[in-house]
Design a protein around this ligand. Sequence first.
Ligand code: ADP
Length: 269
Amino acid sequence: MSTAAGDDNADTAGEAAMPLVHAVNVHKSFGSVEVLKGIDVDVHAGEVVCLLGPSGSGKTTFLRCINQLEDIQAGRIWVDGDLAGYREKGGRLHRLTDTEIAAQRRGIGMVFQRFNLFPHMTVLQNVVEGPTLVQGRAKKEVTAEAEELLRRVGLADMSGRYPSQLSGGQQQRVAIARALAMQPKLMLFDEPTSALDPELVGEVLGVMRDLADQGMTMIVVTHEMAFARDVADRVIFMDGGVVVEEGPPSSVINEPQHERTQAFLSRLR
Ligand code: ADP
């Protein structure tokens, strides 16, 4: 499944201006309730974008649509130049097979509020599982990479433990290492620290900050304003299923233009 490095370079050179994520007029309903009402978002390679907004505004749903965990009723989403879920042929769209969709999703790492580690596997096995089982890569090579990833998230000495023997912050860092083991082009974070005790939030945000510094493209749903202010290249404020305002954190967080953004931020203070 892996692409030759030479091909990747050719793609990058040929499509320098193409955003890594290009979402156009995305509409999503649950039954008769429309929760995304025409979302347009571009995220460029290497960019860190934080999605902010009140509970229920559609942030999680939008992340899940990017990762094809939800179908959309209208609009299009391209990730790394590939139209999510479809192939264009003869001017018509053809739905991809489940296998093809799974292959598209492999380029995206997702970290959830709840860590969802496999409880019966050690930390190392949790990280090794995806690349060996799903990508069919050699165990020896993957194990060496997994150990390096665990070192990067500060858990080199925890590889033989089980998730139940770790704190929430440590489990979330394993979840990040597990997602990175699939060598994603894009990382989606859905409120990764909101289930953690306050004293454990910093260690997870620290790992995310390192990842951002290393150039990973990230979309992060968060209520951590200090993280958004310091780490995001851009913040997007959503409310009621639409993008209300977006821009550099210094503008949107410090000098919000829209009344709804101002009201949301003032409630956090
Ligand atoms: P946010 O992440 O901004 O808190 P969500 O994307 O979780 O918002 O939710 C947006 C709206 O969609 C909410 O009203 C929520 O109740 C609704 N919703 C989310 N998932 C589902 C679902 N699976 N079925 C029905 N309604 C849903």
